[in-house]
Structures are given as C-alpha cells and as structure tokens.
Design a binder for this molecule. Structure first.
Ligand code: TRP
Length: 377
C-alpha cells in the first residue's frame, strides 16, 4: 500500500506534460481550424516539450447535437483524420483516436455528473449560445446539456496538463477545472487540473469567413477548406469581401475589417513579401499604401492567394499520399485508439480506487466485512 502511494508521488514530481485536444467530426476542416488550432498542434508536437499528445476525434460529442444524423458524423471521421495527417500530425508522435471507442470516458462522465449542478451547466456561456444556435431552447437533449461534463472526462482521462483550444472553449476548460477540484477534494487527489493554451497570434483567434462574417462556417458557405483544390481556393480568394467603399484603385481604403488584410495578418510573413511582392518590405508597408489609395484589391488578393497556396501546398501533397491508402488511415486510428484505451483505463482504475468503488480489489474492505459478520460461537 505505502509502496504504491509513494510511486504515485514520484510520478507527480516528474510532472509529465500531456496534451489533449480534439474536434467534432461534423465536416471537413478549414483555414479557420488551421490557424486557430491545427498549425499550433503540429508546432507543439514538434517542439519535443510534451511527454504525450492525444488528439481526439470527438464523434460521441458530435452526436450530442446530431443525434438524428449519425451518418454525417460517421462519414466525417475519415475527413478529419485526413486533415490531421495532412497538416503534419505524425502518428509516431501524436496519438490520434476516436472518442466513442473509449467506454471509460462515458463511465467517468457518469461519476462526474454528481459533481455538477444543472444551474452551473446552464450558466456555461458556450452551452448557452449553442442552445440558442441550435434552437434547443424549448427542449434541450440531456446528452447535449451534459457535454461539458463529458469533455471534462476526455481531458482528465488522459491526465492532460495542457489543452490547446480556441477561446470559445474557455468555459469548458474552466468547468473541467472545477470538476477536478471538486473530485480531488471529495475523494482525494486522483485527477490533474488542466491549463488552457490559447492561440498566440491575435489575428488567429478567429478567422472571419471569406464574406467578412465573423466566423467561417459550413452553413454560411464562407470557408476555405484544407482539402480545396487550387482552383477552388482561387475562386474564393478573388471574390473575398474587402472594403466596400474602396471602389476605384485610387480611392483610399480601409484595412480594419477588411477580410483580405485580416487573412494577411494571420498568414503572411516578410519572406512572403520577398518571394511574391518584393515592392513592399512587409505588411505594414502594404497597408499604408492601401490606406493612402492607389492600391487595387486584385493585387492584394493575388498576393494573398500566393501566400495561402504556399501554406496549403505541402498539406495537399500529404493528403494525396494518405488518400491512396485509406485502410492504413483507419489502421492509424485503430492503433491510436488502442493506446488511448489503455491510458483511460489506468485513470478509471485510479478514479474508482479514490472513490472506493473498486470493491473486488479492496482486500481491506473484504477483511473488515468478514470480521463484521464473523460469528464467534
Ligand atoms: N468541444 C470541442 C469542439 O467542439 C471538441 C472536444 C471534445 C474537445 N472534447 C474535447 C476539445 C476535449 C478539447 C478537449 O471542437
């Protein structure tokens, strides 16, 4: 007994750094996902700073608001997996897995449900706005309502220290931290409190749609997908929203709220100027010219197109390779899922031991009970 608890302490002192994050497979991933999270994940993966990285395809969570459309979720698992792999997530360094295949997550969720109140869930700002968006006000599916709890299970099952997500996920991570604190105070320290890791470039927090609307969204049809062909990207970039008052080339133009410049903020580097638009040293010079007047939208859009294609080229190339061997992609997911299963099972064992519901491993319990019932004639 004392031996195993001191082992636990040693583990804690080593402080392994563990990432967990994921996406709902409800569609192909787009540039908004790329600047908001995927690019960063690849950098984190290659930084060598993390002991373990888990990236989850959250199909079970996707079903909480797509209950009547399971086929959509099923079809998009491979899309998301291809997007991950083509962005440079490397299965030898990053564990990619499918949420629904890890029943331990559901089991943890059920225990955590006792630590969260209905009113606390109702106050979660992300849940609130999603209820509105999905017209769930009149009748909220219970599974959907509880998804922040299941997300806490996802994170804690892997003892994640670091959760790289967009700012819209902040309330989820906060709620997870509350569950961890509550669990640890009621049952003893078994869970790790995670930290959120937000995107670092402000322009990357939220990439607007090509129509200038606040967010890229499939239903608005304003997305540039990672799997778009060069022709599709060209069409989308050349018809992008700019400054509606910038009509003649000679007109002074506005850079703020101008989608093309927001994208350049997110994507372009000084090297891109040297390579594609050497008349300007950097983005500030280009912006100054646009503000003064005399710089046409088409020129700026062509530059942006070059910048985006340069970013997407290696992604497309890797995608083509993986598309040639889809069974291998499923095999990668299977292996990742098997590894994730084992880790989640270890945590579930810790949780059940902390809750003292591991009856059959509890020699002390069996001994005490048998003493209680032993008749001394
Ligand atoms: N909620 C996330 C999304 O909608 C997906 C997700 C599920 C997730 N479980 C997670 C993200 C755990 C981070 C950690 O994209």
């Amino acid at each position: 007994m004392s031996n195993s608890s001191s082992m636990g302490n040693d583990k804690k002192n080593n402080n392994p750094k563990i990432i967990l994050t994921g996406d709902r497979p409800t569609g192909r991933l787009h540039l908004g996902h790329y600047v908001g999270s995927l690019k960063r994940r690849v950098e984190l993966q290659n930084s060598g700073e993390f002991d373990k990285i888990f990236i989850m395809i959250a199909d079970a969570q996707a079903l909480t608001d797509n209950a009547d459309n399971p086929e959509k979720v099923r079809q998009n698992i491979i899309e998301v997996a291809l997007d991950y792999l083509s962005c440079g997530l490397d299965p030898s360094k990053t564990n990619i897995f499918i949420q629904s295949q890890i029943p331990q997550l559901t089991e943890l969720t059920f225990y955590y449900m006792n630590l969260v109140t209905v009113s606390r869930l109702q106050r979660n700002p992300t849940v609130k706005s999603e209820i509105q968006m999905r017209n769930f006000e009149a009748s909220i599916p219970v599974g959907f309502f509880c998804y922040p709890i299941s997300q806490a299970a996802d994170i804690t099952a892997f003892k994640a220290t670091t959760v790289p997500v967009g700012e819209d996920q902040e309330p989820m991570i906060e709620q997870c931290r509350e569950i961890v604190r509550k669990f640890n105070s009621v049952y003893g320290e078994a869970l790790v409190e995670p930290e959120i890791l937000l995107p670092d470039n402000k322009a990357c927090l939220r990439l607007p749609g090509t129509d200038g609307k606040a967010k890229m969204s499939k239903s608005l049809g304003n997305c540039i997908y990672l799997s778009d062909t060069p022709e599709e990207v060209k069409k989308k970039v050349m018809s992008m929203y700019t400054d509606p008052n910038h009509i003649q080339v000679s007109d002074p133009g506005q850079v703020e709220g101008n989608t093309v410049f927001t994208y350049l903020d997110a994507f372009s580097s000084d090297e891109d100027f040297a390579e594609f638009l050497p008349d300007y040293k950097n983005l500030d010079e280009l912006k100054d010219h646009y503000r003064r007047g005399g710089l046409g939208d088409v020129k700026v859009k062509k530059f942006l197109l070059n910048v985006i294609n340069k970013e997407l080229e290696p992604i497309r190339a890797r995608r083509h390779e993986y598309e040639k061997d889809i069974p291998e992609v499923y095999n990668i997911l299977k292996k990742g899922t098997e590894a994730a299963y084992a880790v989640a099972q270890d945590t579930l064992n810790d949780v059940k031991a902390a809750m003292k519901i591991d009856y059959f491993n509890d020699a002390e319990l069996i001994k005490v009970q048998s003493e209680k019932y032993s008749r001394t004639e």
